[in-house]
Design a binder for this molecule. Structure first.
Ligand code: CP3
Length: 340
């Protein structure tokens, strides 16, 4: 089968392939014992920048579960690290920045870094190793959306309501727009490096966009997310959590081929809002991965049935795989979806 006939790519083009494609956000990670074994003694971001390690971790879930796509093992903060920004991922916590970007002067300093100068050699090398092994299975490249990156960068670390980033939009809209515009260029560069090395699809993660009002999303965020994706030249998926109140904006004016839906809204509801020109991705509730198989099975069947309301459907979770998930549950989901 040529790569162009892969079910994921057909679904993003609006077709309904004979096999419904399925993959999982955070499929490469802590739910797999083989991942935990490989990661011993290596910090998260160092693992991402070690090409053979990143490639092997990317391939592990494809081998184990038979999913229809690999998602590149990396992190949304990697392009910032490559741009020279001091960042670490604290286990159990998330990204932490040594110097939060809070004032106009902080924004001046960080935006003086030219995104074009970012050295993506390690990323390109890892992507090439992955695609050489994947054959007809597509690789999904990804990046963080400007707001989700800013939610960490302005705060300096993880936060619940991303108050500082949301405050900057209103207190100093000029600084906000300069920062978000720069983050869009940083993420764009990361996406292009993955595309140029062989990724077939890209997904933009706006995991924390759900903390925004629809008006703020439209005014301060959507234009920057659109800039990160527009004209990239390969199919795109735009994913957010809690974005139900402004779901139609997640199409970014029609440039997203696929939109991710979390578990708070059914896929038939989402299809009614988004219309016939976009493919839906989702939306198994990650909490149900901990339920007995018959309960999870009934839920997956319901997701599949409601997904028929969309022009095409890529099965996924509503958000990432929780670390404590029994990986056999994921394998069973893949078998069920492929059995049709
Ligand atoms: O999906 C995949 O399997 C591909 C790899 C991937 C990772 N992070 C690996 C990772 C992807 C696509 C991401 C994106 C990412 N990173 C997002 C957007 C997606 C989402 O889940 O909402 C966000 C918000 C981040 C930032 C981040 N990185 C967080 C909040 C954490 C968790 C911190 C923790 O320990 O709980 C990370 C770390 C991270 N990124 C891990 C993995 C496998 C865990 C690292 C470990 O093994 O300790």
């Amino acid at each position: 089968m040529p790569l162009s006939d892969a079910p994921l790519l057909l679904a993003l083009a609006g077709d309904r392939p004979s096999r419904t494609p399925v993959w999982f956000m955070r499929q490469a990670g802590r739910s797999l014992p083989e991942y935990r074994e490989l990661r011993v003694g290596t910090r998260m971001l160092d693992a991402c920048l070690t090409p053979d390690l990143a490639a092997e971790i990317t391939l592990q879930p494809v081998r184990r579960h038979g999913v229809d796509a690999a998602v590149f093992f990396s992190d949304i903060v990697i392009p910032l690290r490559l741009a020279g920004v001091e960042v670490e991922i604290e286990p159990g916590r998330g990204p932490v920045f040594a110097n939060p970007v809070r004032t106009a002067a902080d924004v001046d300093r960080i935006t003086a870094i030219d995104p074009e100068g970012l050295d993506a050699t390690a990323i390109a090398e890892a992507v090439r190793l992955v695609t050489a092994e994947l054959g007809d299975t597509p690789l999904i490249g990804f990046a963080g959306a400007p707001f989700t990156l800013a939610a960490y960068l302005v705060e300096g670390g993880p936060s619940k309501e991303h108050m500082r980033a949301r405050a900057m939009m209103h207190a100093d809209p000029d600084s906000w727009n300069r920062l978000a515009g720069w983050l869009a260029r940083i993420s764009r560069r990361f996406l292009e490096a993955q595309r140029d090395a062989g990724a077939s699809v890209v997904q933009l993660f706006d995991s924390w966009a759900g903390s925004l009002s629809p008006a703020d999303y439209r005014a301060f965020v959507a234009p920057h997310s659109r800039a990160a994706l527009e004209g990239i030249g390969i199919p795109t998926i735009h994913f957010g959590v809690g974005t139900g109140p402004f779901l139609s904006d997640m199409r970014l004016g029609g440039i997203a081929d696929g939109v991710g839906v979390d578990w708070r809204q059914t896929l038939d509801e989402a299809a009614a809002i988004l219309g016939p020109d976009v493919t839906l991705q989702g939306n198994i509730d990650p909490a149900l991965l901990a339920a007995p198989w018959p309960v999870l099975e009934a839920h997956v069947q319901d997701v599949l049935a409601r997904g028929r309301a969309a022009r095409a459907h890529i099965v996924n979770l509503g958000h990432g795989v929780p670390p404590e998930t029994d990986p056999d549950q994921l394998t069973r989901i893949v078998e069920l979806v492929h059995a049709g």
